[in-house]
Design a protein around this ligand. Structure first.
Ligand SMILES: *Cc1c(COP(=O)(O)O)cnc(C)c1O
Length: 397
């Protein structure tokens, strides 16, 4: 049509070392080109069955309800909350980061009363605070924590929290968006009832799917609700009629985004091929090397040792250095994306992700040398090569 301006789509090749999305694995990209099938095609069902088994392996669970929701990670969050919270319920929720804050926002929209577990952005929620909150009401319906807070770089310990939730008969919900496939996570052993993630972080698949797993104990609370679940699209019982074959039957709920299902299937197969434990070790090795390198450049970490993510590092921006300028130069000179700070950390930290396919030795050495060079050009005093040297020493360990 003449007169309507448009361009050919030609996105640049980027190295995605931000808080997500991460670089898509080439095999995953390839899988997306397979022919689209109907969502009721018998072959398509076999892809779905594989996906559920592979997801159970990743989440380390036997939960029957384990499948991806056809939307991004926030949909997993919303499904995890809106199926279990209603007006009159009390929820205890972390308040120590951007995504914790989003959980609170959603729980309030569900009509729940929220008891917030306050901590500084960059600190964990202590078990004592969880226990006090759970004891403060006769009945708490749900405890919700973020395992890997992508906004702060904090790894939240979960085992004690799970025990406390169990003692107080509260359901335990965990956001594992930036930990699934990158950090140790054991849904059944730890006693997590509701856990969700997304496709574009440590699984190196495009954004668009949100794997979720829910225990039978949690599902058994749904018939006791006084209010209907406010979302049709995220109603887990309805979604189950499509995903979980009942007497050989499956029911249409929504049209499955076939190409995304192929992509996730391939991404999960790649995790199984590498081995979950080996993959977690890979993230640990590269996360540690990056952090050693950044400290050798003279930069300081935002999170105390012992609670740092391997998948996402938050590092303080030195005084006198322009946040946006460095990130813009990383993009224009090296085609590398890193993240800036969110919320209270805006302008104060950089967020460097090493997730999935992007968690490589190559990328560790590349980001350290690029950052060191740009910082020096912007007037920051550092010993040339110090970052690389420390990272190489860490990698040799
Ligand atoms: C990215 C992220 C989300 C939200 O996922 P979207 O795919 O952006 O909807 C939720 N929680 C955490 C911890 C995240 O990092």
């Amino acid at each position: 049509m003449p007169g309507i301006p448009y361009q050919e789509i030609k996105p640049p090749q980027r190295i995605l070392l931000g808080p997500g999305p991460s670089n898509v694995h080439p095999h995953v990209q390839q899988a997306m080109m397979a022919p689209v099938l109907g969502h009721m095609d018998p072959y398509f069902y076999t892809i779905m069955e594989d996906t559920m088994s592979l997801l159970r392996y990743l989440f380390r669970t036997e939960n029957k309800l384990t499948f991806p929701i056809s939307a991004t990670g926030s949909a997993g969050m919303e499904a995890g909350l809106c199926n279990f919270l209603e007006p009159g319920d009390v929820a205890v929720i972390a308040n120590n980061g951007f995504f914790a804050d989003r959980m609170i926002n959603i729980a309030l929209r569900c009509g729940a009363e929220v008891i917030q577990l306050d901590a500084e952005w960059g600190r964990i929620i202590e078990p004592e605070a969880i226990e006090a909150a759970l004891k403060s009401r006769k009945k708490v319906k749900l405890l919700a924590l973020v395992h890997a807070e992508t906004s702060t770089g904090v790894l939240q310990p979960l085992t004690e929290a799970a025990q406390l939730a169990k003692q107080h008969e509260a359901l335990f919900l965990v956001d594992a968006v930036t930990s699934l496939g990158g950090h140790e996570l054991a849904v059944d052993d730890w006693g997590v009832d509701i856990c969700y993630s997304c496709s574009q972080k440590c699984l190196s698949c495009p954004p668009g799917l949100s794997p979720i797993t829910v225990s039978q104990k949690a599902m058994d609370t749904i018939p006791n609700r006084s209010h209907a679940i406010p979302s049709y699209y995220l109603d887990l019982s309805l979604l189950s009629t499509y995903w979980i074959r009942d007497k050989g039957q499956r029911a249409y709920h929504h049209t499955a985004p076939a190409c995304m299902f192929y992509a996730l299937h391939e991404a999960l197969a790649l995790v199984a091929e590498e081995g979950l434990e080996a993959r977690i070790q890979r993230h640990a090795r590269h996360g540690a090397a990056l952090q050693a390198g950044l400290e050798a450049i003279g930069l300081t970490m935002h999170v105390p040792p012992g609670y740092r993510l391997n998948t996402l590092t938050t590092v303080h921006i030195p005084d006198g250095i322009d946040d946006a300028r460095i990130r813009q130069r990383l993009l224009s000179d090296y085609s590398i994306e890193i993240g800036g700070g969110l919320g209270t950390l805006k302008g104060k930290v950089w967020r460097i992700g090493l997730m999935g396919y992007a968690s490589t030795e190559q990328n560790v050495l590349l980001i350290l040398s690029a950052l060191e060079k740009l910082l020096a050009e912007e007037g920051y005093k550092t010993e040339t090569g110090a970052g690389i040297k420390a990272a190489v020493q860490s990698l040799r360990k």
